[in-house]
Design a protein around this ligand. Structure first.
Ligand code: PMP
Length: 427
């Protein structure tokens, strides 16, 4: 072994780096995981190319399938009015802002979108960035530092965790939605930190459940902490008119210090936003690295989000239909004896299969029956919590929902025992 190491060292010119990047263990681990996936499925489940807009249905390989894999919650991606607004923005402003906004990439459209978002969310101001993921990473990473304390839900999205790591703050995840645990952590660590911030989501992206925000607000007050809420899956989804978790609980917007959301779900576009006080937004506009050193949001994306926002406000029936569909899915799935885990009737609906093997086999079987739904397997979720994650949209019909649940119940009953693949794991 020593000799092999010596030879490798010589070959690599004195460093211990692998000779080729692709020889690193992480590449090998992926290769072996993918080969297990392809042995367990007939159709490779990842990167299936969709041939058009994804709403209640999608087209893959020339075939029309029922679609439960995308978060086009209000069906506004593909709406002719939203598409027309995006095309018009291209004609007026071009396809790129061609500069950072602070340096002449600012378009009148950016202002219009930010004003519309702030007024919709009832905050003083808002700021849009080019990606939802990057928004969390750069804003959390930039706002907090090693003298601060960040307490975040243990099921928080990867972008939040990345931002927390980047900040260098003392960070502690609290058990999912366990506010007793959050309180214990605040008691233990708050006094040692300059500032403390609690970060949670409006609707959790893997489980579809909602945190008890009024109780979190009480804790934030008691311990003099700030509160940030990621509304990626709750904006356009919760509340009678889709204003999100503030409307769901009837709390004033000012109870949350930092509202974060994405333009990629209900708003039928791409990008992220932060909303809050004018002072917060001005500070972020002049100092956040991922905003200052990055190009502005494209005109077409800004226009699409602006148009989707105004349609959402004018047609609250879409939100109501989305909520009815989500509830119907949950009721039907429970009645069919499916394990919907923490689901609460939001449009994010997990059906837990336990093992990754079963999740992959089930999604494969449904695909062959003409239903597109993605498996979520370890390490994205815990090993024994692999699942199919259904996204329900306002465009689904009750028949489509019943058909999917029935097909799933039938296919679950047919699943082979896990023992047939002993020795192969996806850990
Ligand atoms: N936050 C949450 C909770 C998410 O689920 C996601 C992605 N789906 C993001 C942030 C990142 O948003 P985007 O995909 O728009 O970059």
């Amino acid at each position: 072994e020593k000799r092999a190491l010596l030879e490798r060292l010589l070959r690599s010119g004195g460093t211990l780096a692998p000779v080729k990047l692709e020889e690193h263990g992480t590449f090998k681990a992926l290769r072996s995981r993918l080969s297990v996936v392809s042995r367990w499925t007939e159709v490779h489940p990842f990167f299936k190319a969709q041939e058009g807009v994804t709403r209640d249905t999608t087209q893959i390989g020339g075939r029309e399938l029922l679609n439960f894999s995308t978060y086009n919650y209000l069906g506004l991606s593909g709406d002719p009015r939203v598409s027309a607004a995006a095309k018009d923005a291209i004609d007026r402003f071009g396809t790129s802002p061609s500069a950072s906004r602070i340096a002449s990439g600012e378009k009148t459209l950016h202002r219009e979108l930010e004003e519309a978002l702030a007024s919709w969310l009832r905050t003083e101001a808002a700021l849009v960035l080019v990606s939802g993921h990057a928004t969390n990473v750069t804003v959390i990473g930039h706002l907090f530092n090693r003298r601060d304390l960040i307490l975040y839900d243990s099921l928080a999205h990867n972008s939040i965790v990345q931002g927390v790591t980047l900040s260098g703050a003392r960070a502690r995840p609290y058990r999912h939605n366990d506010l007793g645990h959050l309180r214990e952590l605040l008691k233990e660590h708050r006094a040692d930190a300059e500032r403390a911030v609690i970060i949670t989501e409006g609707v959790f992206s893997m489980d579809g459940d909602i945190p008890d925000l009024p109780k979190i607000i009480e804790l934030k007050r008691e311990f003099n902490a700030f509160l940030m809420v990621d509304e990626a899956h709750s904006m356009g989804v919760l509340g009678a008119t889709g204003r999100g978790i503030q409307e769901h609980f009837g709390i004033p917007s000012s109870d949350v210090d930092i509202w974060m959301g994405t333009l990629s779900k209900s708003l039928a576009s791409c990008g992220g936003y932060i909303a809050g006080s004018s002072e917060l937004i001005r500070y972020l506009k002049y100092t956040t690295p991922g905003f200052i050193f990055s190009v502005g949001l494209t005109p077409s994306n800004a226009a699409a989000a602006l148009s989707a926002l105004s349609i959402m406000a004018e047609e609250p029936g879409r939100v109501a239909q989305l909520q009815r569909n989500a509830k119907l899915f949950l009721d039907e799935a429970r009645a069919a004896g499916l394990d919907t885990h923490l689901a609460m009737g939001t449009p994010v609906l997990p059906v837990v299969t336990g093992s990754s093997f079963h999740a992959l086999r089930l999604s494969d079987a449904l695909y062959r029956r003409g239903i597109n739904v993605d498996p979520v397997i370890s390490p994205a979720v815990e090993q024994d919590k692999a699942r199919l994650r259904f996204f329900v949209s306002s465009t689904h019909t009750p028949e489509q929902i019943r058909q999917a649940v029935q097909a799933m119940a039938e296919e679950i009953a047919k699943l082979p025992a896990r023992t047939s693949v002993i020795g192969e794991t996806l850990s």
